[in-house]
Design a protein around this ligand. Structure first.
Ligand code: CP
Length: 362
């Protein structure tokens, strides 16, 4: 069985295969119109979504398949207390592939561990959003003709921004990618991302105080929303919500070929006057999301039939029930699951939670 829970579940060549297939679908969509005839995708969305859920729906329909599922867990038996594991076992009886979004980190991994069909993580809390990453990579490839030799600036909420974490992980597999980080102190990139991804895979990064300072260096400017739903305290959110706002005026020192990406939705971090700039690629990015999800569905269904394509879900050195996770939004603190910790790749002798990558509770 093959799942996509984290961008690192895909090898560099598999990532490339998905992007190439998406480009082929764009060139000749009619060729794929019956590719999933008789198949069902279950979209299990425990958290709101417009782009991800509807692009998955649209992708499966354009492949000739059908879609079942829920967009509000309150209308399902989740409201009666059904766990992610049990829900997954049930849905495995009805569908051929699952796309799950959940506000609790690690929920899609629990689903994959209990599924008899492929599971796709459609976003889990602040942790990961690998299909947004595929969307971003396809967009960068179509807009710039390459995904290597890039300087990419990430701006806004780099702490809770799952799209940022996943894209940096995926870009660490490409040659000569440099990262510029623009965030207030409260929303800086988590230490595990700097140590276990940037340092370990040789992705140079620098933290700068303003977007104007970064702008002339960048091939991609990746803007993100400060996510109100991730804050426990309204005052903390109010203090940082308008920390960085991109306006047309701030683009005057940007390269003519630079592209502006944003996973969307935006609130007010990109002014409307930027939309008319040809470098604003965020609505083209949305459409790429449908094509790349078509490619992903096809590849996961294909790879799941080939025993040699099977991959283990748990990292080497995973130990069960040795620690408790320090993250209140980790699935291990919400449902009766085994705690699982893997070695910390930057700090020998230390461990991190397999579900959400947080440290153990002290
Ligand atoms: N980019 C993204 O995940 O958007 P939605 O929350 O609308 O799915």
């Amino acid at each position: 069985m093959r799942h996509l829970i984290d961008p690192t579940d895909l090898s560099s060549s598999e990532l490339q295969e998905i992007i190439d297939l998406a480009l082929d679908i764009i060139a000749d969509p009619a060729q794929y119109a019956d590719a999933c005839r008789g198949k069902k995708l279950a979209t299990l969305f425990y958290e709101p979504s417009t782009r991800t859920r509807l692009s998955f729906t649209s992708a499966m329909m354009e492949l000739g398949g059908n879609v079942i599922g829920f967009s509000n867990a309150a209308n399902s038996s989740v409201s009666k207390g059904e766990t992610v594991a049990d829900t997954t076992k049930v849905i495995s009886c009805f569908a051929d592939i699952i796309a799950m979004r959940h506000p609790i980190e690690g929920a899609p991994l629990i689903s994959a561990l209990n599924a008899s069909i492929p599971v796709i993580n459609a976003g889990d809390g602040s942790h990961a959003h690998p299909t947004q990453t595929l969307t971003d990579l396809l967009t960068i490839r179509r807009e710039l003709g390459r995904c290597d030799n890039l300087t990419i600036g990430f701006c806004g909420d780099l702490r809770f921004g799952r799209t940022v974490h996943s894209l940096i992980k995926a870009l660490s597999r490409f040659e000569n990618v440099k990262v510029v980080l623009i965030a207030p102190d409260e929303l800086k990139l988590p230490a595990y991302m700097k140590e276990e991804v940037c340092d370990r895979y040789g992705v140079p990064y620098e933290e700068v105080a303003s977007m104007e300072e970064a702008m002339p260096l960048l091939d991609i400017f990746y803007m993100t929303r400060v996510q109100k739903e991730r804050f426990l305290d309204q005052e903390d959110y109010d203090r940082v919500k308008d920390c960085f706002i991109l306006t047309a005026d701030k683009l005057k020192n940007a390269k003519p070929e630079m592209r502006i990406l944003h996973p969307l939705p935006r609130v007010n971090e990109i002014a409307i006057d930027v939309d008319a700039d040809p470098r604003a690629a965020y609505f083209r990015q949305v459409e790429n999301g449908k094509f790349v999800r078509m490619a992903l569905i096809l590849k996961l269904l294909e790879w799941s039939k080939i025993p040699s394509m099977e991959r283990r879900l748990l990292p080497d050195g995973t130990i069960p029930n040795a620690y408790h996770c320090s993250n209140p939004k980790c699935i291990s603190n919400h449902e009766p699951v085994e705690t699982l910790f893997r070695p910390d790749r930057a700090n020998p002798g230390k461990y991190r939670c397999v579900y959400c990558e947080s440290k153990p509770r002290s």
